[in-house]
Design a protein around this ligand. Structure first.
Ligand code: ADP
Ligand code: ADP
Length: 224
């Protein structure tokens, strides 16, 4: 069964204005349950737009978005936000951790917001940090961590509430090649262990080649 289906997605900005830009022109793709798909495209091709639509942060002009057989079109704003929080974990090129909180707190806070009891949230947070090898840094603020450590903490935060679908936009794009390699390996291990389905945008063909499948975004459409 499919974790994610995008069908005929069309999206433009500034519609009807001289500055109109049409980004997606009928993009379709699926991510099967447990599958890790690489999304490869030149910069500006619409990867972020596609990921935001898949993750319910943005709404397509046309087309279908389906999460685990549940149709997302026509949901109210509140229902869409609830579905996003329940279904999706996001990772970006930059970690976006809260600077005034520790690494552990950054992984605990989204769980508290989701109604998880504090002791449970702390235990799960520590377990996640351990799995990616940054448990020893749990009490440090993001600024005290290396770029690779910051990104590992961001992975843990994205998985804190047990999403079914991981959407990542250049998750190692800000790291030097050596760090990128080890951080990517940690991410893939975490994804495989948790049986997550993932759509991971990258420019790095070597990393893309280690995912289950590669799709390309070309002229607003997805090609295999
Ligand atoms: P990518 O992630 O592949 O670099 P994006 O999805 O960020 O591509 O952007 C695709 C195109 O849409 C670019 O030309 C970008 O300038 C344009 N774009 C993105 N967001 C907006 C916006 N909010 N308003 C207008 N144009 C936008
Ligand atoms: P909200 O800001 O609506 O409360 P959540 O706290 O539920 O959103 O965030 C869920 C996920 O969506 C987080 O991983 C967060 O980084 C991401 N996210 C929320 N809003 C945006 C946005 N405007 N742009 C990019 N990512 C966002």
């Amino acid at each position: 069964s499919e974790a994610l289906v995008l069908e005929g997605i069309e999206k433009g900005y500034n519609r009807g204005k001289p500055s109109e830009v049409v980004v997606l022109r009928g993009a379709s793709l699926t991510v099967a349950r447990g599958e890790v798909v690489a999304l490869v495209a030149p910069s500006g091709a619409g990867k972020s737009t596609l990921l935001h639509i898949a993750g319910l942060l943005d709404v397509a002009d046309r087309g279908r978005v389906v999460h685990a057989e549940r149709e997302m079109a026509g949901l109210s704003d509140n229902a869409r936000t609830a579905a996003r929080r329940a279904d999706v974990g996001f990772i970006y090129q930059f970690h976006h951790l809260l600077p005034e909180f520790s690494a552990l707190e950054n992984v605990v806070l989204p769980q508290l917001a989701n109604g998880v009891a504090k002791a449970v949230a702390v235990a799960r947070g520590m377990a996640l940090l351990e799995r990616v090898g940054v448990a020893a840094r749990a009490g440090h603020r993001p600024a005290a961590l290396s770029g690779g450590e910051q990104q590992r903490v961001a992975f843990c935060r994205a998985l804190a509430n047990g999403p079914k679908l991981l959407l990542a936009d250049e998750p190692t794009g800000n790291l030097d090649p050596g760090t990128s390699e080890t951080v990517f390996a940690a991410l893939m291990e975490l994804v495989r262990e948790t049986g997550l389905s993932a759509l991971i945008a990258t420019h790095n063909m070597e990393l893309a080649g280690r995912m289950d499948r590669i799709v390309r975004l070309d002229q607003g459409r997805v090609v295999a």
